[in-house]
Ligand binder design. Structure first.
Ligand code: BEZ
Length: 213
């Protein structure tokens, strides 16, 4: 399977999950999506990651993002492990976890990197837009838990570009000035960015974050 690249259509699949069988594209509907893999159930870093994602439910909902996790363990294992996650991370896992025992989805999304581990998935993250296109890919090693604040930050940036024609500069955080995308002409700026703008260079035009009051 060739690597999945930005702009590709997210491959569709059906899979067994802890919340029943899903057809991925139907399940996504008009939402944004996050599909993320972890190496195995009952492992320490993964336990903290899934607990963190559960605690961020409101943040994902606010952004119209549906989240689904995956590992190559089975449903029985997932259900037992969820109890541990809820207990140890003081939360309630409320998103589906795919039981990819036959590695169908892992292979479709190139989540097994044999030179890292021939059997288990790495920590892949795919962000998928409402158009079902891949917007972000991230790959972390098994030993490093992901930064889900960073994931939300990138989703905010992707949505600002999709809905407000701005990009985000280096180390941008919510509330900070954004970059007007190059396809916007100077003539269009007053209508699109009523909060004003600053032209640092003709190609570097800054404006306050458009979707904040
Ligand atoms: C973990 O999820 O805790 C883990 C998995 C593989 C290697 C190291 C840590």
């Amino acid at each position: 399977m060739a690597a999945i690249r930005l702009g590709d259509e997210a491959p569709n699949f059906t899979a067994q999950t802890t919340e029943g069988e899903i057809d991925f594209h139907n399940w996504l509907g008009d939402s944004w999506g996050v599909l993320f893999s972890h190496p195995a159930d009952y492992t320490p870093v993964c336990t903290t990651e899934l607990g963190t994602v559960a605690k961020y439910t409101d943040e994902f909902n606010k952004r119209n993002v549906k989240v689904v996790a995956l590992s190559v363990d089975g449903l029985e294992s997932h259900h037992g492990w969820i109890k541990d996650i809820n207990e140890t991370q003081n939360t309630t896992v409320n998103f589906p976890i795919i039981a990819d025992e036959n590695r169908k989805v892992s292979e479709l999304y190139d989540m097994i990197h044999p030179n890292a581990d021939s059997q288990l998935t790495v920590r892949s993250v795919f962000v998928i837009g409402p158009d079902k296109k891949i917007k972000l890919t991230i790959t972390y090693p098994a030993s490093t838990g992901r930064n889900f604040d960073e994931l939300l930050r990138v989703i905010d940036s992707l949505q600002l570009t999709a809905y407000h024609k701005v990009a985000t500069p280096a180390n941008w955080n919510r509330g900070e000035d954004c970059v007007i995308v190059p396809s916007v002409t100077n003539e269009e700026i007053p209508g699109l960015f009523p909060k004003g703008h600053k032209e640092v260079k003709p190609y570097l035009r800054m404006t306050p974050q458009p979707n904040l009051n």
